[in-house]
Design a binder for this molecule. Structure first.
Ligand code: ARG
Length: 581
């Protein structure tokens, strides 16, 4: 069934054809949801553009189109307002038929991509041998939400966790571990590694001879030296164990099958550099091989090169990323490669995207997209740190979230049994952290504020959880099994029912806009507005208390559709729901 927008667009196109002829049907109908019910449900703003082409007054044009828009079927009312807006009020029949079809659809009206595109999403991607910290939160959950939305659309999604398991940090750590004897220990934990890495970094900064030996260890590692390899493998195993633990608490989809470490691309690096060289893009610069990408300058205003091979023969971050482009586009056939990485790396992405395009790797219109995001700030407006000024460990943040949620729930529902409260606190706490992050426009920095993210009012996860829980409790109290409800029973009589219906029908458009813009906050805003519409409806329209059984059935069906939409919407953000709280 065409959705509301498609139905209206068709009606408008027909009206334009009848009024001004086929030649004008290419005009964009510029259809918007009305900002207030007094302007109807939708507004079409095509008269202004047509006025220019036809050299007539927009209001007259709007008037003539309006005369050709039939009422009685899909439309109840058509009105021209202001300089030439066409205000459209939909018929209750149309809304009811649309709702019934969404009600009966498992995907809530979201249609499957046909044909699906092949998408690779590179996210989380921490550098190993260090504990995961607050800086890893955003990539992990924004990437996961995007992966879920695209998968829901039916796209072919491959997740890549491009972990840094190969860089210079391993040289430092290996050298320090060997020199201090830690290398012989078989149970070095991730927190030991954190400390050892810091020590190694201090030595690297202050001791030239150490720095030199550390560099050599990287070369040893990359050339397969057995001692270096053995220690390295232990570091990787421990780091991955820790990472998976954090992923599990966070509830993200990434598993070991999604690991595509930097080292995976090792064997491909020489070939990749050759290809770039053949394309004539490489210059020699003091022994290193570099590419000058047009438009990039250093602080002194000189052209800024991207080093694809270092003077010591090693390959770095850029070379690996170039190899990964080739693998993802050529071997995996990606139409779109999405990199969910801190905005501070934007120049890195712009540079290697351009190199990949110039070498001719982006065949078949393949698109590389950097999904950047801002920094998490503390209440003091500076990058979020512990009180002592240290990096905030991600595991600590998640523990604290559950702790704090537990207190909120103890206040709200003191009768819950301890075990149930613990489980609810986990869902609510983790959900609050994720939702707060995702609900912010991703490009911007945001302030990490516990009180705001756990508030029961406003655009927060607890507010949405509450709306969902309220509906579930209606069904428990009324002992109604939602699967017995009849979609055709829905009747929209009260204005808050209408508003709720219009909101419910937006999900497919919202999912599409998140998939195109890669901005999960759009889904959050939608869910928040849906929950607000639900609350208005609930204040005005008794559900279990409705005196008429038909009205009761209709309202229960509306409630159920709201609950399913909230649950599905939160699931697309990677957030679980609870049945009571
Ligand atoms: N490991 C990198 C870091 O921690 C992020 C990697 C992002 N992905 C990529 N293909 N460059 O900064």
């Amino acid at each position: 069934m065409p959705d509301i927008q498609q139905t209206l667009e068709r009606l408008l196109r027909d009206a334009v054809a009848e009024t001004f002829g086929e030649a004008f049907t290419d005009a964009d109908p510029i259809l918007r949801q009305a900002t207030s019910p007094k302007f109807g449900d939708y507004q079409a703003n095509l008269a202004m553009g047509l006025a220019k082409r036809l050299d007539q007054k927009p209001r007259d044009i709007a008037q003539r189109i309006a005369e050709h828009l039939p009422t009685g079927g899909a439309l109840d009312k058509v009105e021209v307002a202001g300089p030439g807006f066409i205000n459209l009020t939909l018929s209750a029949d149309l809304l009811q038929a649309q709702l019934a079809s969404v009600f009966d659809s498992d995907s809530l009206g979201v249609s499957k991509a046909d044909p699906p595109s092949t998408v690779v999403i590179d996210y989380a991607s921490p550098n190993l041998a260090k504990e995961m910290h607050i800086g890893h939160l955003r990539s992990t959950i924004i990437g996961d939400a995007i992966a879920r939305v695209l998968t829901f659309q039916g796209q072919q999604v491959t997740r890549h966790n491009h972990i840094g398991d190969w860089g210079t940090q391993f040289g430092l750590l290996l050298e320090h571990l060997i020199e201090t004897g830690w290398a012989d220990s078989t149970d070095t934990s991730i927190s030991d590694l954190n400390v050892l890495y810091k020590e190694a970094k201090v030595r690297d900064d202050n001791d030239l001879a150490f720095a030199e030996r550390a560099r050599k260890r990287v070369v040893d590692l990359q050339s397969g030296d057995p001692q270096a390899r053995k220690i390295w493998e232990q570091l990787i195993v421990e780091s991955i164990r820790h990472m998976n633990q954090v992923f599990c608490s966070l509830g993200v989809m990434l598993t070991d099958d999604d690991l595509k470490p930097e080292s995976f691309y090792n064997d491909r690096l020489p070939g990749v550099i050759d290809a770039i060289e053949k394309a004539g893009l490489i210059r020699d610069c003091e022994g290193a091989k570099v590419v000058y990408v047009e438009g990039f300058f250093n602080k002194q205003g000189e052209p800024l090169p991207m080093a694809v091979k270092k003077a010591d023969g090693g390959f770095g971050y850029p070379a690996t990323d170039l190899a990964a482009v080739q693998y993802r586009v050529k071997d995996l056939g990606a139409d779109r490669v999405i990199y969910v990485v801190d905005s501070r790396q934007k120049d890195h992405f712009r540079q290697f995207f351009k190199i990949a395009a110039d070498v001719g790797w982006l065949t078949g219109g393949a698109e590389l997209v950097h999904v950047g995001f801002g920094t998490i700030m503390g209440l003091d407006g500076k990058p979020f740190k512990t009180r002592e000024g240290d990096t905030v460990r991600l595991a600590d943040v998640l523990d604290e979230a559950v702790d704090r949620a537990s207190r909120v729930i103890a206040d709200k529902a003191p009768d819950l049994k301890a075990k149930e409260r613990e489980e609810i606190a986990r869902v609510v706490g983790i959900g609050a952290v994720k939702y707060f992050d995702l609900s912010n426009y991703r490009i911007k920095d945001y302030v990490f504020d516990w009180d705001r993210m756990l508030a029961l009012e406003g655009n927060t996860s607890p507010y949405l959880q509450n709306a969902y829980v309220r509906i579930r409790s209606i069904f428990r109290k009324g002992e109604v099994d939602p699967t017995t409800l009849d979609a055709d029973a829905i009747r929209l009589e009260h204005e808050t029912e209408r508003a709720l219906a219009l909101q419910l029908l937006q999900l497919p458009r919202v999912v599409e806009s998140v998939a195109d813009s890669l901005e999960p906050h759009r889904l959050c805003t939608y869910l928040y507005e849906l929950a607000s519409s639900f609350h208005k409806f609930y204040e005005n329209c008794p559900v279990l208390g409705a005196d008429d059984t038909a009205v009761r059935g209709s309202r229960l069906a509306l409630c159920d559709l709201v609950a399913r939409t909230l649950k599905q919407g939160l699931a697309l953000l990677g957030i679980e729901t609870v049945e009571r709280m």
